[in-house]
Design a protein around this ligand. Structure first.
Ligand SMILES: [Zn+2]
Length: 225
């Protein structure tokens, strides 16, 4: 199973007819924030695959044609901040935003994010009984504290993500927010059982589903003859 993950920077080759060459056949698209709405809607439309996202601290807004008010929604995509989805057996959850450094939306103190991460972790616990694991992928905008982050107010990671990873044990935490300007900066770092990936620009994840994973429809359909 291939998954396209995105954050922070528009990639010209994806925002073009060549998108199918790079990302054709992906199971879904995961967007980790700070990307233009039009860019994400182009990718969603051309690939025709589900797009799940969280907002970053530089979320765009535009006038919604239906309501006439400003909206940050990406049409046809699903905002999974504080929620999880089951994408054909793949368990994906999201937490938006970054550490608060000024007034504005989608910014939280460590305590606020700790509360949100704990609520999400508790909701994911029942997946251990049902699927044998709580979560496959957590998408976030900000990185965890001490991993791919920077020692500045704007780019310091959330401490709350560290106990979340130790407790929930997702296979991946995919984030954006910290830009990669040099090739020697790490993109992938293991933390306990979780691979932390900075998807600045884009990355393609290739993973196999655990054998016991079933979609909710499969689980209720019973054995096939
Ligand atoms: Zn950001």
């Amino acid at each position: 199973m291939k998954i396209l993950t995105l954050a922070d920077q528009e990639i010209d080759s994806l925002y073009s007819p060549a998108l199918q060459l790079y990302a054709g056949g992906v199971e879904c698209v995961l967007a980790c924030g700070d990307l233009p709405i039009d860019y994400l809607e182009y990718i969603l439309t051309v690939l025709g695959r589900p797009l799940y996202y969280v907002h970053g601290n530089h979320a765009q807004s535009r006038v919604d044609r239906a309501t006439g008010s400003l909206s940050e929604n990406i049409e046809g995509a699903v905002n999974i901040h504080g929620k999880y989805v089951n994408q054909r057996g793949l368990l994906i959850a999201g937490l938006e935003g970054c550490l608060r450094y000024r007034s504005g939306n989608h910014q939280y103190t460590d305590e606020e994010m700790s509360y949100k991460a704990t609520l999400l972790a508790v909701r994911l616990l029942r997946n251990r009984v049902r699927y044998g694991r709580a979560l496959d992928i957590l998408i976030t905008h900000a990185p965890p504290y001490g991993i791919h982050d920077q020692d500045t107010n704007t780019h310091r990671g959330f401490r709350a993500y560290l106990p979340f990873m130790r407790f929930v044990k997702p296979r991946y935490l995919v984030h954006g927010h910290t830009h990669i300007y040099r090739n020697d900066l790490p993109r992938r770092t293991m933390y306990h059982e979780t691979q932390v990936i900075n998807t600045y620009g884009y990355q393609i994840l290739e993973l196999e589903l655990p054998g016991e994973a079933k979609t909710e429809a499969d689980a209720s359909a019973g054995p096939r003859s």
